[in-house]
Design a protein. Sequence first.
Length: 467
Amino acid sequence: MKIIILGAGQVGSTAAHHLAKEEANDLTVVDLDLNLLRNLQSRLDIRTVHGHASHPETLRKAGIEDAEMVVAVTDSDETNMVACQVAWTLHQTPIKIARVRAVEYLAVAQDMFTANPSEDKSRNAIPVDFVISPEQLVTDHIKRLIQYPGALQVLDFAGGRVRLVGVKVSPDGLLCGQKLRTLREHIPHVDSRVAAIYRRGSGIVPEGDTVIEDGDEVFFIAARRDIRVVMSELRRLESTVRRIVIAGGGNIGLRLAQELEGTNNVKLIERSRDRARQISEILQRTVVLNADAADQDLLEEEGIENTDVFCAVTNTEEANILSAMLAKRLGARKALALISRTSYVDLVEEGSIDVAISPQQITISALLAYVRRGDVVAVHSLRRGAAEAIEAIAHGDSENSKVVGRSIEEVPLPPGVTIGAIVRGEEVLMAHHDLVVESNDHIIMFVTDRSRIPDVEKLFEVGITFT
């Protein structure tokens, strides 16, 4: 796929690194910062174009005439929207994705943007097929982690009916030290599937005789209603989160407080006096403190030892790391930190911080659903991009599909790919070997070897005949 990425900042560069690894992609990155472009080109096999992202001539130099997708992720919402408009008006670019951060735009997104600019009612709308709001994606991600204390990742599929959850096994987990097959004996009335196990950074193929060890990262799939039951097998189930402290009153901190203050006791610490005053007028029940989140005296005064979750989401990752480590040392039950640099993530998660949240990896997951071929409706990047979880819809019949009409064991899955579950209408079915795939089934797969993704895409293409 020929893709043009507009913006070489954190989101754009992460997308470039991720997509450039796939041979099927022809990538061009546009930016005004020559240093950013040189840095990318020195490490990746991509083209770069220096210029303003929304200017027609810049887009022409980038090859917009025959591009299949434009991903506008500059720091300017307006530039991103205009670039999509230019791409469609002058070149009818098929897929246009825009990063939009301002809440004012997002509040009227349904009226502002359209994926069908040819329709009469949409002629005056901005032609954007998919709007990405990294701040909202990160907020939703953190909310799910708070909903399931002890989880490393919580990912939705099939409209939330199925979830893929990553959990680090603890010694008090009932399954720790036992074979994986005993999971069904422990919870016979709950159907779940372990999709992958990571031990000391390396992937292990989950089999019935695999012994679960302390510290293993286990990714399992289950119906939404059964998540807590399965989690309790892997680690002691933690009590419901009630008291939350948020460090940072930026876009993410404000949104998180707004969505949590109705059900939780929330305090927000913001260093800027003007910003603290501004958000205190917006929030209804959150206590807003104008202070430094890394101030030990302040944290002790505010009862940090009684805090269930300390969430550091300032604009500076060093401040997030320091404040989260301090809060954890002072007694916070769980510490989360927003960290952009991949090199920092492994370091902090080996220390006192429970979960490092990567906004780039969360955002790239949203992008991947549009890059993947076939009827792929959801993609989640896992393990800092080392693996993917994919939801694809099966179409056709046994004559023209490699999937439909076949049992799970008959589907020619590439190495490193496993099917975890199938969603059929409102029914969630775990992927047992004799389950037969039907047309319109939503199939959820775990891909540990990303080089096999093109093979997965071909698997779901419908042809005239297959032999």
